[in-house]
Design a protein around this ligand. Sequence first.
Ligand SMILES: CCCCCC/C=C/CC(=O)SCCNC(=O)CCNC(=O)[C@H](O)C(C)(C)COP(=O)(O)OP(=O)(O)OC[C@H]1O[C@@H](n2cnc3c(N)ncnc32)[C@H](O)[C@@H]1OP(=O)(O)O
Length: 715
Amino acid sequence: MAQYTRISGSVGLITLKNPPVNALSAVVRQGIVDSVERALGEPEVKCLVICGQSGKFCGGADIREFGKKMTGPPLIPVFHAIEAAAKPVVAAIEGIALGGGLELALGCHYRIAHSKAKLGLPEVTLGLLPAAAGSQRLPRLIGVPAALDLITTGRHVTAAEALQLGIVDQVTDHNTVDAAVKFALSVAGQSLDARRISTFPCPRLSNLDAVFEAAMQKVRQAARGAIAPVACVQAVRAAATLPYAQGLEREKELMATLFTSGQARALQYSFFAQRAVGRWSMPSGARWDTSKPKPIRKAAVIGLGTMGRGITVGLAQAGLSVVAVETQEKQLMEAKQAVSGMLERGAKKRGVSPPLGNISYSSNIKTVGDVDLVIEAVFEDMALKKEVFQQLSAVCRPGTFLCTNTSGLDIDDLASQTPNPELVVGMHFFAPAHVMKLLEVVYGPRSSPQAVATAMQLGKVIGKVSVAVGNCQGFVGNRMLSPYLSQANFLLEEGATPEFVDQVLEEFGFAMGAFRMSDLSGLDVGWRVRKAAGLVVPGKPARMRQGCRYSPLGDLLCEQGRFGQKTGSGWYQYDKPGSRVAKPDPWLHSFLEEYRARHGLVARRIDHQEVLERCLYSLINEGFRILEEGIAAGPEDIDVIYVLGYSWPRHRGGPMFYADMVGLTRVLERLEFYHQAHPDVPSLQPCNLLRKLVASGTPPIHRWREVIKKVHSQL
Ligand SMILES: CCCCCC/C=C/CC(=O)SCCNC(=O)CCNC(=O)[C@H](O)C(C)(C)COP(=O)(O)OP(=O)(O)OC[C@H]1O[C@@H](n2cnc3c(N)ncnc32)[C@H](O)[C@@H]1OP(=O)(O)O
C-alpha cells in the first residue's frame, strides 16, 4: 500500500509500504494514485514528499506480478500525474531506487538521496528495458552516453555518482525524509516548468550515429545473444531522435517484444533462483531455517597457490582475521606479495584502504590453533589433503570447522581422517576465487547441519552465492561437465573440429566453447583426474574403458605436453605460452585425421543441431540424475551453479530451465535417439526422473520438486 500523512502542516507525505523492497505492486500503484490525488486536492498542502518504509525507497515493479494478469493502474500515467502536479513533489531516496523505483523518482520534480543509497535501472538484467518512461527521461536528464551506460548495463550507482551525473539534486548523511521535507518547503510555490524531465530536450550529440553504432556493437559483443541490451540501445536512440510522446511509443513497442520473451522469463527465473538457493535443505531434512550457523571471526587458509590466495583475499576483504599458511617459504613470500597486490588493487577500485592488517602469514600449520574455521586449499591430491586434515585435527581447538577447497574429491573420505567428521564440509571455490560469485558447499553424509549452515553463511559474508550440494564425484558442476566434454570429444572423433564445436556452443551463448574452455583451465587437470580414476592407459589409446566408449584424445594431447594456453598449445595453438588468443591448429587437424584413420573412423558431416543436442542434453540428463539422487535439492540449485560457475548464458536460465523451455518430451526423444545410435555411451541413456517427469505430463519447472519427492519416497 501507500500511506498518506500530513506533516509540518503543509507537506503531504506518501510512504510506500510493501516489504521487503516496497515494490510497485498493483496495490502500491493504486495507493500512489489515491495519495497524490488527495494531496493535490488539499489546499493546505503546498508540497509532497514520496518515501519508502524501512529505509528503502523502492525496488521497482513487483517482479512477482510479471506473467500474471495486469491489474491496478499502469505505471506511466501514475508518473505523468506526479510530473504534471502543480505542487512540487520530492523523492526522498533511502536504500534503493531501482527500476520502476528510479522511474518514479524521475517523475518527481526533485530527488534527495541518502549518501548510502543505490540507484539504477537494472531492467536489462531481467530481460526488460526501463519502460515506465525511464528510457526516455534518463537521457533527457543526464545525456545519452551516461544513460546508455546505466540502461544497457543495469549497474547500480552510488548517491555520490548519481549527484555527479545529475540524477539527484542533493545528497544527505542525515534523515532523508527530514531533508526532503525541508527542501520541499523551500521550493514550494516556485515555478515547476524547468523541473518536468519529459519536457526537456534530449542533449544534442554531434556524433549521434557513431555513439549509437559503438553502443550497439558493444552490447552485441557482450550480450552473447541476449535481446534486451539491444532493445535498450534502440529505446535510448528513440529518446535522442524523437519527441517525447513518440519516444514513449517506441519504448512501449520494444517492451512488448521483451516482456513476453523466453529470455525475460529465463532471466526472471534466474533472479529468483539465485535467492532460492539460500533456502537450502539436505536429504536428512536439515534446512536453512532450522540450522543455526556459528559466527566466524577468524579463519585460516592452508596452501597459498592460486586458489588459496584468492580465498585469503575474499576473507580479508570481508573483514575477517585470516591466518594464511604456506609451508614452503619461497611460495609464502610470493603469495604474500600477490595477496597484498590483489588487496591493494581491489581497495583502490572501491576507494577504501586495503585490509592488509587482517592477514597474518605463517609457514607453520600450528599457528591455526585459535581459528573458528579452516579452509584447506592445498594441491588437488587426496593423499596430501588427508595428511593436512590429520595435522589440522591435532592442532585445531575443539569445534573448529574443517573445510576443503576441492573441485571433486570425496568429502567423506577426507572427513574420515578426523575425529569429528561432522565438522567437515567441502567449499568448492571457482577461479579466480576472490572474483567468481559461485561457491558449492558440499556436505558429506556425516557433515552436521550446523557445519553446512556455517559454510553457507560464510559464503554470504564474503559475497558469494552459495549452493549446498551432496557429495559425489565432481559434485554438481563438474559432474555434469563430464558428459558434456565427452560428447565434445566424441564429435571430434566422428568428424568435427574444435573450432566448429566451440562456434556452435558460443553461438548458443557460452562465453567459451568446450575446447577453448579446456585450454584455459589446463588439459592436465582432467588428465590427472582420469589417471586417478584408472582411465588413462599410456600407449594404448583404446576407445573403450570399463565397458563404455572413451575418447583418449585429451590424454594423447597431454602426453605431447599440450596442456592448453599455459604451454602455448592444446586444442588450439597460441602465439606463446600464456597467450589468450586461440588459433586453429593445422597440426591438430592432421592429428585428428591420423587418429580417425588409425581407428577406422570415417569423418562425417556433423551439423549445429547435433553438436548442441549431444553436448547439452547429455549434460542436462546428468542434471536429472543429480536431482534423482538428491545431490541437488532442486533445479534452481543446478541452474545457479551453471550460470554463475560455468558461463551458461543467463538469458537461457540454466540447463534445467533450458530443458523445460525446449520441452522435456523433446529432450527425452532426442536422448533416446542418440543413445540408440551410441549404445556404449551411458550418459546418453535418459535417466528415470526425466522419464517420470514426462510420464507425469511434463509439469513446469516450479513443480518438478513434487515429482522428485515422489521418486525419493519410493526409494
Ligand atoms: C505488471 C506489469 C508491469 C510492467 C512494467 C514493467 C516495468 C518494469 C520496471 C521494473 O521496475 S523491473 C524491476 C526492477 N528492479 C530490480 O531489478 C530490483 C531487483 N531486486 C534487487 O536487485 C535486490 O533484490 C535488491 C532490491 C537490491 C535488494 O537486495 P538484497 O540483497 O538486500 O535482498 P534480496 O535477497 O535480493 O531481496 C529480498 C527479497 O525481495 C525480493 N525482491 C527484490 N526485488 C523485488 C522486486 N522488484 N519485486 C518483487 N520482489 C523483489 C527478493 O525476491 C527477495 O525475496 P525472496 O523471497 O528471498 O525471493
